[in-house]
Design a protein around this ligand. Sequence first.
Ligand code: HAX
Length: 474
Amino acid sequence: MMSIQRNALRTAVRAAAQAQQQPAALAGVRYASTKSLVDAVAEVVPEKQEQLKQLKAKHADSSLGEVKVSNLLGGMRGLKIMLWEGSVLDADTGITFHGKSIPDCEKELPTAKDLGQEGKEMLPEAMLWLLLTGKVPSVEETKGLSQELAAKGTLPAYAEKVIDSFPKSMHPMTQFSAAVAALNHDSAFAAGYKKGMKKTEYWQPTLEDSISLIAKLPAVAARIYYNVFGRGDGKQAIDSSKDWIGNYSQMIGYGNSVGMTDYLRLYIAIHGDHEGGNVSAHATHLVGSALSDPFLSYSAGLLGLAGPLHGLANQEVLGFMQDMQKSVSENPSKEQITDYLWSVLKSGRVVPGYGHAVLRQPDPRFTALQRFASQRPELQSASIVQLVQKVFEVAPGVLTEHGKTKNPFPNVDAASGCVLYSYGMSEFSYYTVVFGVSRALGALPQLVWDRALGMPIERPKSMSIQALNAFLSK
Ligand code: HAX
């Protein structure tokens, strides 16, 4: 059974390889490594399908809690209503990826150095492998995946034209989402669905599309950076000897900065997944549930990421910190920071980078980024990095005294943009694009699992105020 499935997969992958225009030298690499990642996923599929079958058979009628009016009116917070395989978010301990915390991943996942590159941080492609399969990849498997992504990373000419046609004044996130949607022109899933496929086969072209899209995200993001800000090399040429983010960094003009390249690896690895309920992940899952292909589904996820209460917050934090520096001092004292935070709160604004819908402790992603900043000598003198640390020492106390937020601690955005800025990326409106390169690592694997497990179209019940009142008065 398993070998029949694998043979079918190999045939599908070979056909897709032939259909794509790849340089001959890369096509071999692409095929060899696709095979091993597809095999790794194929090994887990029957096991998960069996787990789901058992759940349905034994627990279909078990309750996961009651639904209150406050859930309906409160953004569905706390309701357990979605299956999500890659990661679980605990209010106190934060995110774990298949049971592994960020420090576990930092210890166990292959790093840039393992692949012969400069840099110590874990590789996002190793995180992708973990999120997809639940297993830590070997160095060889990670290397194969890096080569696979390099081989598939070049944009088709039509996509380059689409991106080049956007006005510079269009927000980079709008460009990003539109470009990703345009890539569905070559979707293996959409083509297979049109031709006719068995439901049990859906996950295979979904995986093929997901890898193809993840491979191309750096080139899309780099082209937008070049077109809007004139930075980077403008050619987006991919070097097959580099890791996925090594190439991205090169394309946006930071190839010679070991610090920035390694920061991007860490940033992109830890922003990849934050369980299913956040807006970008949920939007991808929701749109995908209508069997929209991975390009269309992730395009929707990016539009959710572009909101100021979600991914855009990293851009907001930097503006907030710089406003504080301008109106108080470049190195404000703790007392001055306290006064500034109170003035912000009293004017009815939020402190960006603080609070979270689920977390009730400092975000471990913030801790990981702060660890990075404290270990890089070139960041020690950056006033904005020092300010992030000082605000962290003051803001939880102020927010607790203010008494509104349920979580007075920093989320990941409190630190992320400030380190990008310190390395010279001063274009705030581009920051969420970097986040968008990352979030695909979690949102797209779940789409593969949605299809492998035959999850249905999402269709929760909504109620009007009138219907709600009528129901409650019964
Ligand atoms: N500063 C001031 N007030 C805050 C606050 C903050 N950082 N965080 C929450 N509050 C307020 C809320 O506005 C809300 O006030 P009202 O009752 O007047 O509406 C009250 O505290 C209760 O909110 P909550 O239940 O603690 O938080 P929510 O789940 O409603 O919202 C948010 C979570 C992250 C959106 C919120 O904390 C916030 O706006 N933070 C600032 C923006 C930010 O950092 N966003 C990034 C989040 C991480 C992320 O998704 N990154 O992609």
